[in-house]
Design a protein around this ligand. Structure first.
Ligand code: NAD
Ligand code: UPG
Length: 332
């Protein structure tokens, strides 16, 4: 039997490149399609590369046909809350327009299985944590709205066209390939753990802590940090489920445990043995106080069980990406 080919849009990006590695390890051929606006060509190492924009429907359809693709994993999107508030047009265009174009290409090429990168940002400010999948989805910024629209498009396309889907709502992706073949990087860099490591390494003067007056035990925001290798494995499981004829899925991918900003900074200090200079700042607009997944449905439906997602492991695997010496080499 030939190796099933999977089109991975955004496969040159952070989560996409880690997922391509996991897919190749599981016997799939990942075909990356990326416009390199925010990804890295050198991280496309586990299958062919198509440099194209998702909105170029003809190029996407040609890639699907050329590689006889069995399913699509659609990562390609812009993913910054603040930027989406400043420039909503590029978000609706790339995130919603890109998805519509990929789905049109799938229908033209006869591909009927799509895995979609959604986000806990679709929940907005939740009424309660942990957040289960049936909680109300009331995004509070354009980024979250583009993801919710994407989910709704997929649900409508399933009813009308029989397009099968797995909607995966990631919580905070972090860390890097445990084997060290890929690093944690984002363009531009605005994420907490990378910036804390850069502050520990002396590459930036300090980490700004956005808000210490939230209704949380230490006053800082709580997030559910999930290791990128665990997220990659979640995609492998969802793909196996869909290719095996399993029902459509709408799942959180998180750990079920939250860390405050101060707890993350403590982990960075413990792992690196270095101090993290900080400056206490006002809240960043658009940040919900606490986002933690109810991870039960993914466990029940897919057997999803994060292996690397302790905060210290995440920080230890991310640290080399930022040139911070690890204090606990023996524990790698
Ligand atoms: N990082 C997180 O914590 C997180 C959490 C929830 C959801 N997500 C979602 O996961 C997906 C991947 O996120 P990431 O952190 O790996 O981001 P990333 O920016 O590292 O990767 C996105 C990739 O998509 C590519 N891309 C963007 N627009 C494109 C277009 N129009 N055509 C072709 N390629 C395009 C970029 O070049 C980049 O390589 C995104 O859809 C994001 O919204 C991320
Ligand atoms: O310099 C910094 C950077 C971040 N934070 C705080 O740290 C927390 C986490 O922030 P960040 O790492 O920027 O992640 P999020 O804003 O939670 O967004 C990420 O996680 C979302 C899911 O929660 C995804 O949808 C987004 O794409 C992804 O960027 C938030 O409370 C931030 O205010 C700081 O205090 N200082």
């Amino acid at each position: 039997m030939s190796t099933p080919a999977i089109l991975v849009t955004g496969g040159a990006g952070f989560i996409g490149s880690h997922t391509c590695k996991a897919l190749a390890g599981a016997g799939y051929l990942p075909v990356t399609l990326d416009n390199l606006s925010r990804g890295n060509r050198q991280d496309v190492r586990w299958g062919p590369f198509v440099e194209a924009d998702t909105r170029d429907t003809a190029r996407v359809a040609a890639a699907l046909r050329q590689h006889r693709v069995s399913a699509v994993i659609h990562f390609a999107a812009y993913a910054y809350v603040g930027e989406s508030v400043e420039q909503p047009e590029i978000y609706y265009d790339a995130n919603v327009g890109g998805l519509l174009s990929v789905l049109r290409a799938c229908r033209e090429a006869g591909v009927d299985k799509v895995i979609f990168s959604s986000s806990c940002a679709t929940y907005g400010i939740p009424d309660a944590v942990p957040i289960c999948e049936d909680a109300p989805q009331r995004p509070i910024n354009p980024y979250g709205r583009t993801k919710l629209i994407g989910e709704q498009v997929l649900i409508d396309y399933a009813r009308a066209y029989g397009m099968h889907h797995a909607i995966l709502r990631y919580f905070n992706a972090a860390g890097a390939d445990p084997a060290g073949e890929l690093s944690e990087k984002h363009v531009p860099e605005t994420h907490l753990i990378p910036l804390a490591l850069m502050a520990a390494a002396g590459r930036i003067p300090r980490l700004d802590v956005y808000g210490t007056d939230y209704p949380t035990p230490d006053g800082t925001c709580i997030r559910d940090y999930i290791h990128v290798a665990d997220l990659a494995d979640g995609h492998r499981l969802a793909l196996t489920h869909l290719l095996g004829g399993g029902a459509d899925l709408e799942l959180n991918l998180g750990t079920g445990h939250g860390q405050s900003i101060f707890e993350v900074l403590d982990a960075v200090r413990r792992v690196t043995g270095r101090s993290v200079p900080t400056r206490l700042c006002p809240r960043r607009p658009g940040d919900p106080p606490a986002l933690v997944a109810d991870a039960g449905r993914a466990r029940r439906m897919l057997g999803f069980a994060p292996q690397h997602s302790g905060i210290e492991t995440i920080v230890r695997h991310a640290a080399p990406s930022f040139g911070v010496e690890k204090r606990h080499e023996e524990r790698a």
